[in-house]
Design a protein around this ligand. Structure first.
Ligand SMILES: [Zn+2]
Length: 132
């Protein structure tokens, strides 16, 4: 149990410390990090959510207003290693938040998706950019 927890914390630390190191001075609100299966179910997260593996963070810069969520998205896409990033809802110009995952011990795909809702409120994902 302790070992698993430590592993997760280290993974999260590696994502957040690379963000902190490269976007220095810009405050980023982390709205979600590790989620256990129960919490993930309760909030309607994906069954294969990388949050449950401690490999994903949800980030929001609009909370502080120094840079926008779309600035953050572009910055990560252009400068950082990541596995998958999601433009979470919002508009064409700005997502409500940015989901980003990082695989410490494997291949990072640099896949960008946009989360949308259909007329029935069901969530679906569109590929946003070709792989870099
Ligand atoms: Zn997320």
């Amino acid at each position: 149990m302790m070992n698993g927890l430590l592993k997760i914390l280290r993974r999260l630390q590696s994502i957040s410390s690379s963000l902190v190191a490269t976007i220095s001075g810009v405050p980023i609100y982390v709205s979600s990090g590790y989620r256990g299966p129960e919490l993930n179910r309760a909030i309607g997260g994906s069954k294969r959510s990388q949050h449950m593996e401690g490999r994903a963070l949800d980030l929001d810069c609009d909370v502080f207003g120094r840079i926008s969520n779309s600035d953050l998205f572009d910055y990560i896409r252009e400068n950082l290693e990541f596995d998958q990033m999601v433009w979470e809802f919002g508009t064409e110009d700005n997502p409500d938040w940015v989901h980003v995952s990082y695989v410490r011990d494997g291949h990072n795909r640099k896949r960008c998706l946009r989360a949308c809702r259909d007329d029935n409120g069901k969530v679906y994902y569109e590929v946003m950019y070709k792989q870099l």
